[in-house]
Design a binder for this molecule. Sequence first.
Ligand SMILES: C[S@@+](CC[C@H](N)C(=O)[O-])C[C@H]1O[C@@H](n2cnc3c(N)ncnc32)[C@H](O)[C@@H]1O
Length: 400
Amino acid sequence: MPNFIFTTSQVGAEPIIKEEITLQFPGARLAFSRPGLLTFKLPEENIQELESREQPLKSVFARTWGYSIGSLRGETVDELIPKLWELTGETRFDRIHVFGRDLHKIGDYKFEPRLTEEAYGLCEKLSNAYPFDSLKAKDQREPALAGELVLDVILVNPIPPARVSEFLARREGGDLTEMPVPNRVKKGKKSKKGDDGAEKAPPRHEWIIGWHRVHSFQSAFPGGMLDLEVPEYVVSRAWLKMEEAVRWSHFPMFDARVCEIGSAPGGATQALLSRGCEVIGVDPAEMAPEVLADPKFRHIRSRIAFVKRREFRRIRWLTCDINVPPNYTLDVIESVVMHPDVNVRGMLLTLKFPDWNMGFEVKDYVSRIKSWGFNIVRARQLHYSHQEICVACLKKPFRK
Ligand SMILES: C[S@@+](CC[C@H](N)C(=O)[O-])C[C@H]1O[C@@H](n2cnc3c(N)ncnc32)[C@H](O)[C@@H]1O
């Protein structure tokens, strides 16, 4: 049993993850740190406790986590593969997940966390070279199943996603084939010198090796990334966020009556309509015509503060995605759900953080929501969340 754990996350969330972990395990020490990828050394008894917990690591901001068993460095993949099998020994894994750490903040250089061709290709290569016949699948597009044991290979220096390289090439006015190899030696840090005194470039490949057991929705996907395909008819990226939020929460939002606060232009509405929901969208901005044309959709073109609460009498589910700080979103929601004419069973809320420090306040936001009678409240920075979290809130049992 190794004494290390790893977490991957968005770039910017690392200080909050450090706090989340040291609050649970005061003896935890940061071992390895790169933007988007941390490892911690934990006292032996903490590791045993983690293994025995039903809901192992409590973290809102870790996209994925697992036990770390070491790292490998080298110039070629072929040179690393036998070393990988040495490290994993006799353990029989059910799957191999390969994914890169986030190289940039979301949005910088058009960066979005995704599973890249490099990650898919390497997963296939490692799966084909795996010395035992225990693997359930060799393609990591297929989600892992609950209870399965997954070998995690995290690329510390992944090839940047194509959209980042294209963006940089366009900005430099250059040609993609002439893209410089990124300099991986940090500014101000001395680069290592070889025997001949010449500067040694850092190795091309550096992998953190770990494992996890599938224990949650997110842990079934490589690096906690769903990699959904966006259908052509979809009008905004918010479709991805709603799809992921509904799947993660396991809320039965089929044929349901939903009010969406901040619905324009309508990608999230489309995800709900495709589940047979009846949707009232509240937004002063324009909805896309194809969403307006759906007979199960009604647009109230207004800010939420001016909408009569009796409009929500039949509503049982509420979603909210408005671009204001968390406390304002919560004021808005409180004014709706605490009204005597309104009886909401569950909510999917986006809380946006104009400042990452607001991420340290998540406990307070959750307590406030619980004080309104939602006894089950879960918060998480989902794969498709930007600088924000998704909060799933439920009244259970629910009295109509
Ligand atoms: C991130 S966009 C929502 C994206 C949308 N859910 C979709 O699927 O395309 C945020 C929206 O919140 C709306 N908004 C901001 N403040 C609002 C308020 N007080 N009441 C209703 N809508 C609001 C904005 O007009 C904007 O269209």
